[in-house]
Design a protein around this ligand. Structure first.
Ligand code: UN1
Length: 498
């Protein structure tokens, strides 16, 4: 049961077969049927297959533990070469995989292809990181001794990934796990299993040895089996705060480290001296790219009174002009949200805000032009009478921007900082003093000055404060810290010096 490969070009009309990767073999799942449908045309099946069983998770963990002996024994240079080759496979197939991603997840084709290329860049980055891996040498208080700190892999890592970046988030967890010598058992979101198969295929084609990456497709129960498995030595997760905290608690009871990247309620803050054209352009990207389904999306806007009317008029117009529709159409700027239940809960979030006194500046209803059956929403901007509304606090994970006006810079920072999440923020000002004050006053993991709240580079730490993050951050040196542990070596010569 080998999944057909992308070589020769996949036909998008054809339903893809979903298979699990266990110990280097592509195998049918043994559990319930899984059907991956298109959020644009929910009747259209993109891929289907069966979920992995608990027994198959056991087999995957066993394979990963055996694979560890081989993989961790290879040099970082050899491991890096595999990642770099996998990057080449993704680059070669980016258009085809991007189209599949768009069909399965619903972001626009440009974003779908862009995400595949981003995954390739991440694999390439960590592939090269292998060459840069270095330890430390310390002096010793004792004569004739040196103290070395070397890094070693932690073992077999459980990787649990969300729907919204079906290939880039898996790449940014799996690539650092692998380069430092760990092996992986991976459960992708069950709404985007096809893209998971595609990433695993790229790594297999690149020569990854059997057992090093195992893919077990399934629902929450498969995630629980991985998290609770005694063979899993660390867990990296991206998703909701509720699920992330559950995983952290389960992992703590086994003494296993967790890296959890969770929700956000990220503010854009526009001050009176800002370049408003730039602010509008960046806020539109932050709020509505990927249909607002990014943990880093801009879902709150704080604007000072002096520029509020002008900014909100321009933003409302830009939102009304945004082309919503089939994300495979080149002219589409925003596709659907992922599922019927996401569609329902975002709409009820909007309705609840209106009930609590919010004014609709744009959207708030389903777009007329978009395919009727798909999970479409209009880009929605809501002005709130105060920050006390639920929509100011609760993450809706959709194309909804809540706005609050304030009368001073201090109030702007206070209102933006208020809340339980602390992932990212975007400040629009040309005043360096104000920008530096925001660094101190706003408790976030990522602060953008004059750029949108989303976006992340692989060489710098990624992750949030407060409810947004738990455990080690992701990317760059932070990834190295998480995916390795240290051995401190007190080193003396074995003979008395003569
Ligand atoms: C981005 O902002 O481009 O789930 C990346 C998420 C984040 C990744 C954001 N972990 O949306």
């Amino acid at each position: 049961a080998v999944v057909e490969t992308t070589v020769g070009g996949p036909h998008l009309e054809q339903v893809r077969r979903l298979v699990n990767l266990i110990d280097g073999q592509w195998v049918e799942g043994e559990d319930t049927q899984l059907v991956s449908t298109s959020p644009t045309y929910p009747d259209v099946v993109v891929a289907e297959g069966r979920c992995a069983s608990a027994r198959q998770v056991d087999a995957a963990v066993d394979a990963a533990c055996r694979g560890f002996a081989i993989w961790s024994d290879m040099t970082t240079h050899e491991r890096g070469a595999v990642l770099v080759r996998a990057a080449g496979v993704l680059e070669r197939d980016a258009e085809q995989l991007g189209a599949e991603l768009t069909r399965e997840e619903g972001k626009t084709l440009a974003e779908g292809i862009g995400e595949v290329q981003r995954a390739a860049q991440i694999l390439r980055y960590y592939g090269a990181e292998g060459d840069r891996d270095a330890g430390e040498v310390f002096s010793s208080p004792r004569k004739g001794e040196r103290i070395l700190v070397t890094r070693k892999p932690i073992g077999t890592v459980g990787v649990i990934t969300p729907f919204n970046f079906p290939i880039a988030i898996p790449a940014w967890k799996i690539a650092p796990a692998l380069i430092y010598g760990n092996t992986v058992v991976w459960k992708p979101a069950d709404t985007v299993p096809l893209l998971a198969v595609r990433l695993a295929q790229a790594l297999v084609e690149a020569g990854l040895p059997a057992g090093v990456l195992n893919l077990t497709i399934g629902d929450r129960a498969i995630g629980d089996s991985i998290v609770n498995h005694p063979g899993i030595d660390a867990i990296t997760f991206t998703g909701s705060t509720a699920v992330g905290r559950g995983i952290a608690a389960a992992a703590a009871s086994r003494g296993v480290p967790v890296q959890a990247e969770m929700g956000g309620k990220n503010a854009a803050i526009v001050l009176g001296d800002a370049d408003l054209d730039l602010a509008v352009q960046q806020i539109m990207l932050g709020a509505f790219r990927s249909t607002g389904q990014k943990c880093t999306a801009t879902s709150r806007l704080v604007v000072t009174d002096d520029v509020a009317d002008e900014l909100l008029a321009a933003l409302s117009k830009a939102a009304a002009d945004l082309v919503v529709g089939d994300p495979l159409d080149a002219s589409t700027e925003m596709g659907p949200v992922i599922t019927a239940s996401a569609h329902d809960s975002i709409r009820s979030g909007i309705a609840g805000a209106i009930e609590q006194g919010a004014t609709v500046l744009s959207g708030g209803h389903a777009p007329v032009e978009a395919p009727e059956s798909g999970y479409f929403l209009s880009p929605t901007i809501l002005e709130l009478p105060s920050p006390d509304l639920d929509v100011w606090r609760d993450e809706l994970f959709g194309p909804v921007l809540a706005v609050v006006r304030v009368s001073s810079v201090d109030e702007a920072f206070r209102v933006a900082d208020d809340g339980e999440y602390g992932l990212s923020a975007a400040l629009f000002t040309q005043d360096l003093t104000r920008a530096l004050a925001a660094v101190d006053d706003i408790d976030v993991g990522i602060l953008h000055v004059n750029s949108e709240s989303a976006g992340a580079d692989p060489h710098v730490p990624f992750g949030g404060a407060k409810k947004s993050g738990y455990g080690s951050k992701e990317q760059g040196r932070a990834a190295r810290e998480f995916f390795t542990h240290t051995t401190t070596v007190y080193l003396r010569g074995g003979a008395t010096r003569v």
